[in-house]
Write a protein that binds this ligand. Structure first.
Ligand code: SF4
Length: 416
């Protein structure tokens, strides 16, 4: 659903790093797998929970999700997820760490009924140390929420909603395979407020087929008029695993038009008091996503659910993707960890750099100097990025400028 799920972030990092450099850890045939052999270096971590079901697959989607066909599938998944939380709690380090954020991503987490949501969060509190001030976010699709369901989520402890709107153009939404229309999205946002949430984010997409400049600015101004606390906006990419990556899609705007859409959003959001704090994210003061900042600070997070990826100590790991295998593994009493890799020091420094540069705060200048030491080619390229106004320095920190955000991928390739 949102591009900030661990799943997609892990893929970006892996792609950038080149997996050949990573030290793969042999599969450990024990209930806790690699998590028995690694310890978090921080006392506070995040938790990502992947819900692998949607009502229908959107045409651009490449996430680990499938249509939910029977209630039994959800029941089995929720049972397996609760077992996974229980197993995580048996690690030698679990009692020493507190969860500062929980993020239900997907898929469509709002397909979880209120009782399942309450059951999962109760299990979590019973098994792990959930900070009383934890940010607990649920990604929701407009057609799968109601005021009553959202009120029940809030009652269960959820305190932040991320609503997948993508567009307010009724001619574009069905082209994407979305199940809601603009009116449904607006009513869903109203339901979020009526349920009492005072921390709500909206997802938008630009660079969409047949999306003209004026239809995009209407979507942006329409969503900004709802006064959300946070806004995420991603340019469409045809990622492997999506239907459109196979079939292609007609009517995509050219690069110049996409760049203009980026600037139209950046200007409109700024005029409404939003801080453009990350390449694709905007927030009112005090409402940056705490969970996503864990990723961008290269900090640690646990992961539950099919295909979810976590990062603990110096180990990044990923769960098995197929839902039935995920459930069967947990039913047999083992964590469903499928892949694990121990990051080298160079990889960790590289990740800290590129993830940190995604944020408007940037990174300490010393990190870049260290990276470029002895590499005259890199030093020259960094100087060129500064000269071109892509990188800027403030108070011993280096950050991408707002126009630099647009070419961030090229900078990251240089740094890796
Ligand atoms: S709602 Fe659409 S974009 Fe989101 S995870 Fe489901 S299929 Fe993918």
């Amino acid at each position: 659903m949102g591009r900030d799920s661990i799943e997609s972030l892990g893929a970006v990092i892996r792609q950038g790093n080149g997996s050949a450099d990573l030290a793969r850890i042999p599969t450990v045939d024990a209930p806790l797998g690699v998590l028995a052999d690694t310890t978090p270096s921080s006392r506070s971590v995040g938790l990502y929970i992947h819900v692998p079901f949607c009502t229908k697959r959107c045409f651009y989607c490449s996430f680990n999700t499938a249509p939910l066909e029977h209630d039994d599938e959800m029941r089995r998944y929720v049972g397996a997820l609760r077992r996974e939380l229980g197993l995580l709690a048996t690690t030698s380090w679990a009692a020493a760490v507190s969860l500062e954020t929980v993020f239900f991503g997907g898929g469509t987490p709002s397909l979880l009924g209120p009782d399942d949501m309450a059951g999962i969060l109760d299990e979590l509190r019973a098994r792990l140390a959930l900070s009383p001030a934890a940010e607990i976010t649920v990604e929701c699709n407009p057609e799968s929420v109601s005021r009553d369901k959202l009120a029940a989520y809030r009652q269960a402890g959820v305190n932040r909603i991320s609503l997948g709107v993508q567009s307010l153009d009724d001619s574009i939404l069905p082209v994407l395979g979305r199940l809601h229309d603009a009116g449904g999205a607006r009513r869903a946002f109203e339901a979020v407020r009526e349920a009492g949430f005072d921390n709500a984010s909206v997802d938008l997409m630009y660079g969409l087929p047949h999306q003209a400049a004026d239809t995009w600015t209407r979507s942006v101004s329409g969503v900004l008029a709802w006064e959300p606390e946070h806004l995420s906006a991603y340019g469409l990419t045809l990622d492997a695993g999506s239907l459109w990556a196979v079939t292609g899609v007609e009517g995509l705007p050219g690069e110049g038009a996409v760049v203009e859409q980026y600037w139209a959003l950046a200007r409109a959001a700024q005029a409404r008091g939003f801080e453009h704090y990350e390449i694709s994210n905007y927030a009112r003061p005090g409402f940056r996503s705490r969970h996503n900042q864990i990723y961008w600070h290269a900090a640690e997070y646990l992961a539950c659910g099919p295909g979810a990826c976590g990062f603990v100590g110096d180990v990044r790991y990923g769960n098995v993707k197929p839902v039935t295998r995920y459930c069967a593994t947990l039913e047999s009493g083992a964590l469903p960890i499928d892949t694990a890799e121990r990051l080298t020091e160079r990889q960790r420094v590289g990740e800290r750099l590129i993830l940190g540069l995604r944020l408007v705060d940037g990174v300490p200048r010393a990190w870049l100097d260290e990276r470029a030491a002895g590499d005259t080619g890199l030093a020259r390229r960094l100087a060129a990025w500064r000269e071109a106004g892509v990188l800027a320095e403030h108070d011993d920190r280096v950050a991408l400028t707002e126009s630099g955000f647009l070419v961030s991928d090229s900078v990251f390739v240089d740094l890796l």
